[in-house]
Write a protein that binds this ligand. Sequence first.
Ligand SMILES: Cc1cc2nc3c(=O)[nH]c(=O)nc-3n(C[C@H](O)[C@H](O)[C@H](O)COP(=O)(O)O)c2cc1C
Length: 337
Amino acid sequence: MVDFPAACRIREVVISPPTVLAPMAGVTDALFRRLIRELGGCGLVMTEFVSSHGIVNAMRAGGRGRTLRYLAFAPDEHPISAQLFGADPQVMAEAARQCEAMGFDAVDINLGCPAGKVCRSNGGSGLLRDLPLLERILRAVRAAVRIPLTVKARSGWSEREIVAVTLAKLCEDCGVDGFALHPRTREQGFAGRADWRLIAEVKAAVRMPVIGNGDIFTPEDAVRMREQTGCDAVMIARAAAHNPWIFRQITEYVATGTYQRPSEADRYRLMRRYYSLLIEQRDPETVGKMKQFASHFTHGVRNGARLRAAIYQAREAAQILDAVDAFFARELEALPA
Ligand SMILES: Cc1cc2nc3c(=O)[nH]c(=O)nc-3n(C[C@H](O)[C@H](O)[C@H](O)COP(=O)(O)O)c2cc1C
């Protein structure tokens, strides 16, 4: 038997199994989350990060504007958490109140985004360098909502400014209910490795649930992170985009010590399912999104580069579907019986 808890509780929100789909801008929209839900094994989903100013402006404009689309979710997505970014305490509080009114189970504050545009106005990982401002934001948001409040952070701005433990304690003092750590610095981007020792240090320093994130690519990694850090739940980003089966694989691995890998036919079904849902949605960005996901979903597919090339050349959604059908018809035919 593999040592992995059955669930993690963030106040009244039960995350069972204790696995979380990390927020990923441009990836974890309602459609992608639907795929993850259909495949199973994920205990909590999160929206991509959403601008607190965007939400507040959209509400003032009578609910119009693109931003609110990022907060759309289906009734069967619970538990679901909305992630906000921004650096104005009152705007963050108002945006959080809006998320609560929309029915989110929890609200999360982004302290990790490395994008210059976000950091320059002190949002995302910019707040890691301004803990007094962060404290004002946390207290304002905490006072504004009753639903659980969580934070997702990088470990600091740079190697010389690691603040993970101080930050987690500050969050707990301000009434934050759960803390997710991606232990890389802002300067690091995605280079090097996530320093899981920092997750263990945070876990030892606070009472609230700690969610470990960073460099989980296989079920074995998820179990190893839990063993090495004692974290209460694991959060997965990039691997979920390439391998949306990973949550189900973790459940299977924990129960049996082994897990199934998706076959080429499984990958075909997944791509077709996602593309068909996209087309049904009639989004003007459908073709762009199909091309973007081609790179995720062809990861590990035999001769995947050929399929990607065909998809990138196509101009219309129907052409892309035809390319997928033709490619897999050939590939599945070529597989040994
Ligand atoms: C394409 C992409 C978009 C991301 N968008 C967000 C985001 O909106 N909010 C956030 O907190 N982190 C975001 N992240 C960071 C991930 O949530 C996660 O912390 C990071 O990728 C490390 O986890 P991993 O090793 O499982 O990928 C993003 C990462 C990627 C690759």
